[in-house]
Design a binder for this molecule. Structure first.
Ligand code: HEM
Length: 412
């Protein structure tokens, strides 16, 4: 992945909320300089006030683990209070909760994501990936992002939620609308989207209850009980919205960025082909390398300090996971893409605290199957056109990756 950094840039002038820094992907040279020179740096912005920019893994992990001092609930997880939707609305979402509320809800919700439940999805996910590849394989060319990376997580989520496949285009539209709202300077764009999702989910609950479908995530969550607590329908709705937001374009962007990294390092792609047993390890390196959620934000609840830097109550800290995943203190040669790397302590799924990605097991499974089936069935893959990128400082994603290939072994 390339970087947009001129080595001589004056760091005091840099505003990392300006998407032009991310035009060619995250500015990794700039992050490296910040880690070395000003790892806790005040960043004034044009539109949203200022925040402390944290670029080293150590501080990102420390903040992630200290939810009492660094809140997700007080001011949300973006720089701007009402980013995506009004804070008072989205505060009900798990990602925005602090303990003890967060602990209670996470306990109920994670019952649906325990490893045994996720492992049971392997056959269904392989069937989805097989079908998506079947649709492109005879053409010998496709847009990897639009034809494969977009479709797989949407179809998996529909399967998980017991949603009819005909409704997948609606899930896609909602994902795009929430993502666009995240990038908008004018906040609170996604309220209508959330309302539409609430109405849709209500219909789904009624339909699935009438059909006696007890196996879908929606119905399992309705039945789930922890310490005598159950989830009300509006809580299931907010969780559904979070899954659409958190589970879709993250997996898509990792799938897109992962193949691009492999095409840019053909000797690494060859290692996956030569020995598919390497793929789980390669998935970890792809997660580290792409680290597609560039950041989340926390707000200090009290005057505190980080590595000697005073942080005042009410000030925001931005956790640059994209930088933490390439911290020299954690990784030998972090700017090298190496699918056989043994250190896997990356920050693609967050800084390791209570909000650590709930869908990490599912995402890893989807990515493993995508790269297993792709390396088995698509041979001599080449980039066949220019890569298009999302213009965002928060999401590291591609909107187009044209490829061509030779069809290899068939399924079965
Ligand atoms: C490669 C794909 C994915 C990436 C890179 C990713 C990344 C992240 C990150 C960075 C966080 C915040 C962690 C923190 O604040 O410490 C998060 C939270 C979350 N993710 Fe993922 N995610 C992915 C896939 C998924 C999937 C497939 C699902 C579910 C279908 C999912 C569900 C969630 C949920 C529910 C949370 C909130 C957890 C909480 O607040 O306790 N994610 N994810």
């Amino acid at each position: 992945m390339t970087s947009t950094t001129a080595p001589a840039v004056d760091l005091t002038e840099v505003d990392l909320t300006d998407p032009s820094w991310f035009r060619d992907g995250p500015p990794h040279e700039l992050f490296a300089r910040m880690r070395a020179e000003t790892p806790i740096r005040w960043n004034e912005t044009e539109h949203f006030g200022g925040f402390w920019s944290l670029t080293r893994a150590a501080e990102i992990a420390a903040v992630s683990r200290d939810t009492a001092t660094f809140s997700s609930h007080a001011e949300g997880v973006f720089v701007q209070r009402d980013q995506v939707a009004p804070l008072d609305l989205v505060r009900a979402v798990l990602l925005y909760k602090d303990p003890p509320e967060h602990t209670k809800y996470r306990k109920i919700l994670q019952s649906a994501f325990v490893p045994a439940t996720v492992a049971k999805m392997e056959d269904d996910i392989r069937a989805v990936v097989t079908r998506v590849l079947d649709d492109v394989i005879e053409q010998g060319a496709c847009d990897w992002t639009q034809d494969v990376a977009v479709r797989v997580p949407l179809l998996v989520l529909a399967e998980l939620m017991g949603i009819p496949e005909d409704d997948v285009p609606r899930l896609y539209e909602w994902t795009e609308q929430i993502e666009a709202a995240q990038r908008a300077i004018e906040p609170a764009q996604a309220v209508e989207t959330f309302m539409a999702m609430a109405m849709y989910l209500h219909e789904q609950v009624e339909r699935q209850a009438a059909e006696g479908n007890s196996d879908s995530l929606v119905m399992r969550l309705r039945a789930a009980e922890v310490d005598g607590e159950t989830l009300a329908d509006p809580e299931i709705m907010t969780f559904f919205a979070l899954l659409v937001f958190a589970g879709n374009d993250t997996t898509r962007n990792t799938t897109s960025g992962g193949l691009l990294a492999l095409l840019e390092h053909p000797e690494q792609l060859e290692k996956l082909r030569a020995d598919p047993a390497v793929i789980p390890q390669a998935v970890e390196e792809i997660l580290r390398w792409t680290s597609v959620v560039n950041y989340f934000v926390r707000t200090a609840t009290t005057d505190t300090e980080l590595a000697g830097q005073p942080i005042a109550a009410g000030e925001k800290v931005m956790l640059w996971y994209a930088s933490g995943s390439r911290d020299e203190a954690k990784y030998a040669d972090p700017q090298t893409f190496d699918v056989t790397r043994s250190e896997h302590d990356h920050m693609a799924f967050g800084g390791g605290g209570r909000h650590f990605c709930l869908g990490a097991g599912l995402a890893r499974l989807e990515l493993r199957i995508i790269f297993e089936e792709t390396t088995r069935r698509l041979h001599e893959i080449e980039q066949a056109g220019e890569v298009q990128r999302l213009q965002s400082s928060w999401a590291n994603g591609l909107t187009s990756l044209p490829i061509r290939f030779r069809a290899g072994a068939r399924v079965g």
